[in-house]
Design a protein around this ligand. Structure first.
Ligand SMILES: [Zn+2]
Length: 305
């Protein structure tokens, strides 16, 4: 919806803008136009946004002919109709539809001097066209991304964000790590808790229903695997709850260690690949060979050589 406000001021020749101006705004300024009793739901919503987002849109003054003197925001302090009571506006002698360019005419120059004497920084008039800006982004251009960043609730940065959203981890595993860390992985205990299933047992050990800690660390199968890989990588390992393991991993596997570990594992795989007697020449194996940069000779049956 915010994007429509942007379009309203920056794409005046579009069919939608012309329709809005001819049917609803007519000659009124958007920021003070009254809400019609009969209009679309969307137009009502756009008008409702004005109160909250008026200060997010501002004008950079060029020749001043496109900017409403009273109702648009062209001073850093805000629109003049919010800064001054109506009586001052009426006493100024300037029309309700005055534009900023009027300030620079010899007749209305006095009001410009009054603004400056009140401490307002009045920009100079230039020959360039006026520029409508979105002041929640350094470029001044509106984007849905910057609008979302502005309205979203911002919380404290978590300690694990750069560890999980690391480009060395494939996206599918990043997503799973995020689910696990947020305790949203649909394990059996999770599904039982939310009444989706009545009971369940771990598919590996059949001993108990699986949970995050059981599935990855406490189950005898996964514990053996974790210990095996930790030993291979010379990492001290002990079974702990997920969040403790995550804190341990963040501490131990810094940005330098993860790529080094990845390179180490790739070297192990490459070394191992050279000892294969034969690898089936399937599309999947070809893909793996290319992505791991393995020698294509692994597809040659070495027993026949
Ligand atoms: Zn198990």
């Amino acid at each position: 919806m915010l994007k429509y406000i942007w379009i309203l001021f920056t794409d005046k020749e579009s069919l939608w803008c012309r329709w809005i101006h001819s049917n609803f705004l007519k000659k009124d300024n958007f920021w003070i136009a009254s809400t019609p009793s009969t209009c679309s739901w969307a137009w009502k919503k756009i008008l409702q946004l004005r109160t909250e987002f008026r200060s997010c849109f501002a004008w950079k003054i060029g020749n001043g002919f496109s900017v409403s003197l009273w109702h648009d925001q062209w001073l850093a302090d805000g629109p003049l109709d919010l800064l001054f009571p109506t009586s001052i506006i009426e006493l100024s002698g300037l029309l309700k539809h005055a534009v900023v360019a009027d300030l620079f005419s010899p007749l209305d120059h006095a009001f410009k001097s009054s603004l400056q004497s009140c401490g307002f920084s009045v920009p100079d008039q230039t020959n360039a066209p006026d520029c409508f800006t979105w002041n929640q982004h350094s470029s001044g251009s509106f984007s849905v991304a910057s609008a979302w960043d502005f309205i979203r609730t911002k919380k404290e940065r978590v300690s694990w964000d750069s560890f999980i959203w690391n480009s060395d981890i494939v996206p599918r595993n990043q997503f799973n790590l995020w689910l696990i860390t947020k305790n949203r992985l649909p394990t059996q205990e999770f599904l039982i808790h939310y009444g989706r299933i009545v009971s369940g047992t771990c598919a590996y050990c059949n001993a108990t229903s699986d949970s995050i800690d059981h599935l990855f660390f406490n189950c005898r199968i996964s514990a053996t695997l974790a210990y095996f890989w930790a030993t291979r990588c010379n990492l001290p390992w002990k079974s702990r709850p997920w969040m403790d393991n995550l804190a341990w991993a963040i501490r131990l596997l810094s940005a330098l260690v993860v790529p080094a570990l990845k390179n180490h594992l790739m070297k192990i795989v490459k070394d191992k690949a050279t000892t294969f007697t034969s690898v089936p020449d399937t599309p999947r194996n070809r893909r793996l060979q290319r992505s791991w940069d393995l020698d294509p000779s692994i597809f040659t049956d070495r027993l026949k050589r």
